[in-house]
Unconditional design. Structure first.
Length: 235
């Protein structure tokens, strides 16, 4: 069996000009995760990471707490695990989802400042996107996104023989896509699931040469041990 540890990035900077960077809490989450994995004696045989800053910075912080530079395996780029363009999807679908459900109108001005408003509008836009019936020019489709995550998973499995333990630093969308591959979930279930994936969480899969199976999902025990609710975040 090949074990795949899918690690979601720490909290990004939702309300700032550049979402794709870790917040102060996100950096602390990554530090705590790295300390926790080091205490467990965890050693990864291979490391993969998407190109996004919030993914690469999380990997850098986690690994700095786990390894001396000489002991850490080399990081390999894996663009297959970059997140979908959530902001672009929202922009492309927003006018139509409000037209179809006018009750979302009051949520739009608060979409980046209020968690409940973001969840309502985001879910409506994403469900519209995943249907495949409302494509935007130049925008990656849900089917295309799923296909590249799948390619990434099976590429990593092919590059790592059985018995190896691999870390993949990625985002919630790729983790939910892996869940769909492993469990056969519907698109709507996956979109609802992605809203529940916590920052700096760990989900573990195994690949036996034929299929991907889920071992554990969305664990933040390393954060819960600190007994600080501010460390448990979703976005």
């Amino acid at each position: 069996m090949t074990l795949l540890y899918f690690i979601r990035h720490g909290q990004a900077s939702l309300a700032s000009d550049n979402y794709d960077e870790l917040s102060e809490i996100g950096i602390r989450q990554a530090e705590i995760m790295g300390d926790f994995l080091a205490q467990l004696g965890m050693r990864f045989d291979a490391l993969y990471c998407g190109y996004m800053s919030r993914q690469t910075d999380t990997a850098r912080v986690v690994l700095s707490r786990m390894f001396d530079d000489a002991a850490a395996p080399g990081m390999q780029s894996a663009p297959e695990f970059d997140e979908y363009d959530a902001h672009g999807i929202l922009r492309s679908q927003l006018a139509d989802v409000v037209k179809e459900d006018p009750t979302l109108g009051p949520d739009v001005p608060k979409v980046f400042t209020d968690g409940k408003s973001l969840e309502r509008v985001f879910l409506a836009a994403m469900l519209r996107w995943t249907s495949g019936r409302f494509k935007a020019p130049g925008m990656e489709t849900w089917e295309e996104f799923n296909d590249r995550v799948r390619r990434g998973i099976f590429r990593i499995a092919a590059e790592n023989p059985r018995g190896r333990t691999v870390a993949v630093f990625t985002s919630g969308g790729a983790i939910s896509s892996a869940m769909q591959i492993a469990l056969g979930l519907s698109d709507e279930t996956v979109m609802r699931l992605v809203l529940r994936i916590r920052n700096a969480s760990i989900s573990v899969f195994q690949y036996d040469g034929r299929r991907l199976s889920l071992l554990s999902f969305n664990s933040v025990a390393h954060l819960e041990l600190r007994n600080n609710p501010e460390l448990i975040t979703f976005r």
